[in-house]
Write a protein that binds this ligand. Sequence first.
Ligand code: UDP
Length: 237
Amino acid sequence: MKEQILGVNVNTENYDELIPKLFANIDTKKKSLVVAINPEKLMKAKDDPALKALLNRAEFQIPDGIGVIIASKLRKGNIESRVTGVDMMDRIVREAAKTGKSIFLYGAKPGVAEAAARKLTDTYPNLQVAGTLDGYEQDTQKVLNAINEAKPEILFVAMGSPKQELWIEQHRDNLYPTLYQGVGGSFDVLAGNIKRAPAAFQKVGAEWLYRLILEPSRLKRQMNLPKFLFEIIRQNK
Ligand code: UDP
């Protein structure tokens, strides 16, 4: 199920409900794209019809960011809990290891995707990593060939948003994988280059606060959240 927040569709399901849907699409060879929706993207999409359309064309939009949950609650919607990009990726990888589907990691600086793949295979020894590639190769045909020769069922693209979603949309008809997820900085997180907030912060949805303490310069970016909530309340009237 989906509900609209500032004109963008967002899935209401949690991880356990989404996983069977994503893997059913792999089994029936129906291509699908997973995008993470957060207040920053929603505020950008509000003034950018092309971005809004791009987000809405994805088969799955997961409610990343506590702001999306608050917005749903304010609008008496059905989104109960966050589905973050990095955790969704982990759940997909776990299921892929269980069901023998292979993955490919494309994006981030040279060496990062390999390091992320090593972390994943440490955690899930049965996981089949079909290949990895950094996100700075300029020859698109080389990238497409590398992925198609590796024949992964699942492709994670980590080039930041909306670059990664645009790339996936542009090329998915010519690519082998059936399931696509844009994962932003997740390879860096997996490789240990970026630390996630301690569990206590994650639990109460305050990862933003932890990041702000570490990097006060993020304040400008984070002002999006109150602006976003103000916009939700304004539009509710
Ligand atoms: N990146 C890339 N190719 C590019 C530009 C960026 O692979 O041409 C990578 C960059 O190295 C980083 C990720 O994309 O690993 C961007 O992560 P960020 O956290 O900025 O993305 P967000 O989750 O904020 O969209």
